[in-house]
Design a binder for this molecule. Structure first.
Ligand code: DGI
Ligand code: FE
Ligand code: FE
Ligand code: FE
Length: 186
């Protein structure tokens, strides 16, 4: 096991690490298809959930220590915090300096406008890795290998429907990201 994997095992546990390894496998497949840097993909995928290890009390405390500005949506959906927090942990604990990698981690849950290829690959690999069974995931899985933009847009639409159906708040970033992909498509 690599050093990164050992640290991750301690931080996020075996189940989350296994998920991250599956994300990395898919992300590298997509990276070869779309011509992205496989080393960056690997480290972004392995680390994308590195902020997910903390209990809720510590989550808020540590997010605060890292200077993460929490908006009301994040305060009411603590799940959203692990992405920006993970980006900070990737930088400080794992020594990642590449801005594209850090952004892929930061925006892997909500997406954002004008995502880079690396950001899209991490976002969609997280959504389609073989452990996932969301409604509609099969279509997104197929699309990912054919048209990454269409797959990202479809995943975002599915997530928005899911958030409405489960009475959740929707992050502004999630809406902006989806509208951006939709406008590009039109
Ligand atoms: O950390 P993972 O479970 O691997 O995956 P993730 O970081 O993509 O988190 C997925 C969850 O995030 C999923 O249940 C949907 C949720 N999510 C995505 N956008 C939003 C959101 N939740 C809320 N409340 N608001 C959003 O805008
Ligand atoms: Fe995540
Ligand atoms: Fe995701
Ligand atoms: Fe994940």
């Amino acid at each position: 096991m690599g050093n990164v994997e050992e640290l991750l095992l301690r931080d996020i546990g075996q189940k989350r690490l296994d998920h991250s390894l599956r994300v990395a496998d898919i992300a590298k497949e997509l990276g070869s298809i779309y011509g992205a840097n496989l080393e960056k993909i690997n480290i972004a995928a392995l680390l994308h959930d590195c902020g997910k290890y903390l209990d809720k009390y510590n989550l808020l405390k540590i997010a605060n220590e890292f200077g993460i500005i929490l908006d009301e949506i994040m305060m009411k959906n603590l799940e959203l915090i692990h992405a920006p927090l993970g980006s900070k942990i990737a930088k400080t604990k794992y020594g990642v300096t590449d801005v594209d990698v850090l952004n892929a981690i930061k925006y892997h849950t909500t997406g954002r406008e004008n995502m880079s290829l690396l950001e899209k690959i991490i976002f969609i690999s997280d959504y389609i890795e073989p452990g996932r069974s969301f409604p509609g995931v099969e279509e997104v899985r197929k699309l990912a290998y054919i048209d990454i933009n269409k797959s990202v847009l479809t995943a975002m639409d599915n997530t928005l429907k899911f958030l409405i159906d489960t009475n959740k708040l929707i992050s502004i970033e999630t809406v902006k990201a989806r509208n951006f992909m939709k406008i590009q498509e039109m």
